[in-house]
Design a protein around this ligand. Structure first.
Ligand SMILES: [Zn+2]
Length: 67
């Protein structure tokens, strides 16, 4: 279960930063008392672990001029 989650292709696109692999497990080295690898989960900062981005762009470059 490491592939991207299924998403509708109409409104969302695969995240360009992680190509859909939005979260990964990183081993910290060593094992816990049960013998399991100690890992942390790192999410893509762009899509926040979803693997997709909305098709519309978020351009909020409106300028406000203080008078
Ligand atoms: Zn991403």
């Amino acid at each position: 279960m490491t592939g991207p989650t299924s998403a509708s292709q109409s409104l969302t696109r695969v995240c360009p930063d992680c190509d859909g692999f939005a979260s990964v497990k990183v081993t910290l080295g060593g094992r816990d008392r049960n013998g399991h690898l100690r890992t942390i989960t790192a999410h893509c900062p762009t899509c926040h672990g979803t693997g997709t981005r909305t098709a519309r762009r978020l351009h909020t470059s409106t300028r406000e001029v203080a008078a």
